[in-house]
Write a new protein. Structure first.
Length: 442
């Protein structure tokens, strides 16, 4: 890791530990009325029976493998690869009357069977907290760092739809380093009204891509954003508000930049005690200077385009949580980064997640995703990439401490950017995990 990556991890550790020194007093962090859209976090897709315990230290070690039938971009014939991995992890979760905080660290080792240059030690770190300094204020923050070539490795947190980097473009077995920091402050100035401010920073870059001809890195992206909102709760079931977000997307390879200003109206509805539905939409204004693409030889070029455009931004979030079944549906339309391939894109993406506790030992997860990425300011059929995937996974709990997990995913990609060699994938994974829990302070 370079110096910037170590600094990011250190800041995340300080960020998560600092409020832990505070002494809790009255209300619970869960009592905050921060809207889902402004919180920076997606709702959890966990049945009530699977809700994670708090005030614990959790340790685990996972041994497994994952398979990709198309592991080398542009290779003909297709080349498969099998990766073996060992991943220990350590989690702290503590909840006090006014404070909820946690830390996660998961180092690991991944060995590749057919691609020896892909062996590496992976790193995953996350920290989060929600703190109520007073009965009317709320402060929350999260920090995530991931360095891995495992396509199944998820970040330690689930960022909200307006701040999350573009995860819809799939690269097989490429080393990815991702950093995400986010903080939100909310003040309830009246019985049913609140205002808030927030900011986030995200960075992603990839290792060099091996291919005949010139070898260069995929495009690195940096995203800085800030937001402000006003919300009014008209009833126990309905919360209406407005939000402004400013965002700067930088692509340092060729000093390309896109700045956006977004104005959203949102309505958060509590349909039932177990279901919430949020819908939001509004205009988005973008200013683009240069546009980065990658050609067939992986030579980075810059199209000298300067363009100011109006777009439509919006989306919807539905979350239902039952005793044994939970569902989350999410759709978003916005300007985002190009996931390593290009500069800014107009992103349309939808996700459906399901988690089902079948029996005391068996559980099932399923995810459907679809996305369309179209280059901003250069809109042609040759600058559009569409991805679709379906994933199903199951877990069997042998005992309190031992579990088996298996999953399969089919991923299709159509279209492309500047002739980028895309392909379809069959992905499979299996692992055995031993874990233990220890209550804190006992």
């Amino acid at each position: 890791m370079n110096r910037q990556e170590w600094i990011a991890m250190a800041c995340g550790l300080i960020l998560a530990l600092t409020p832990g020194l505070a002494r809790a007093q009255a209300a619970s962090p869960a009592s905050s009325n921060v809207p889902i859209l402004a919180s920076g976090q997606m709702p959890s897709t966990n049945p009530k029976e699977d809700v994670e315990m708090t005030n614990i230290f959790k340790g685990s070690i996972s041994v497994g493998s994952f398979f990709d039938d198309n592991a080398v971009i542009g290779a003909a014939p297709r080349q498969w690869n099998l990766n073996y991995l060992i991943t220990p992890s350590f989690d702290f979760e503590e909840t006090r009357p006014r404070l909820d905080w946690g830390l996660t660290y998961a180092p690991g080792f991944i060995k590749s069977q057919n691609l020896p240059n892909r062996n590496l030690f992976s790193q995953s770190f996350g920290g989060h907290f929600t703190w109520l300094p007073s009965p009317h204020t709320s402060l929350s923050a999260q920090q995530t760092y991931v360095r891995s070539n495992n396509p199944f490795q998820q970040s330690a947190t689930t960022p909200g739809p307006t701040i999350s980097p573009n995860q819809t473009i799939f690269f097989p077995s490429l080393l990815r380093t991702s950093i995400l920091s986010n903080a939100e402050y909310s003040y309830q100035f009246a019985e049913h009204s609140s205002i808030g401010l927030g900011g986030s920073f995200a960075s992603e870059h990839f290792d060099t891509t091996q291919k005949s001809g010139p070898t260069q890195s995929l495009i690195r992206s940096q995203i800085a954003s800030g937001n402000a909102y006003y919300s009014h709760q008209f009833s126990e079931q309905n919360q209406l508000g407005v939000q402004y977000q400013g965002q700067v997307l930088r692509f340092p390879a060729r000093d390309a930049r896109t700045t956006t200003h977004t104005f959203l109206v949102f309505d958060e509805m509590k349909l039932t005690p177990n279901a919430t539905f949020t819908v939001y939409g509004g205009p988005e204004y973008s200013l683009t200077a240069n546009q980065v693409v990658i050609n067939l030889g992986f030579i980075t070029i810059t199209i000298p385009v300067r363009s100011n455009q109006w777009h439509a931004a919006g989306g919807a979030i539905y979350n239902w949580t039952g005793q044994r079944l939970a569902v989350t549906l999410n759709y978003t339309r916005r300007i985002s980064d190009g996931g390593g391939l290009v500069g800014a894109v107009e992103l349309n993406a939808g996700t459906a997640k399901l988690s089902w506790r079948l029996t005391g030992r068996w559980s099932l997860t399923s995810t459907l995703t679809g996305a369309d990425n179209q280059l901003v300011a250069v809109k042609t059929g040759q600058n559009e990439l569409r991805t679709y995937s379906a994933r199903a996974g199951t877990q069997y709990q042998f005992s309190k401490n031992l579990a088996l997990e298996m999953s399969y995913e089919r991923l299709n990609e159509t279209g492309g950017f500047a002739g980028f060699p895309i392909g379809n994938h069959d992905l499979a994974a299996a692992s055995i995990t031993y874990s233990f829990l220890k209550p804190l302070g006992r």
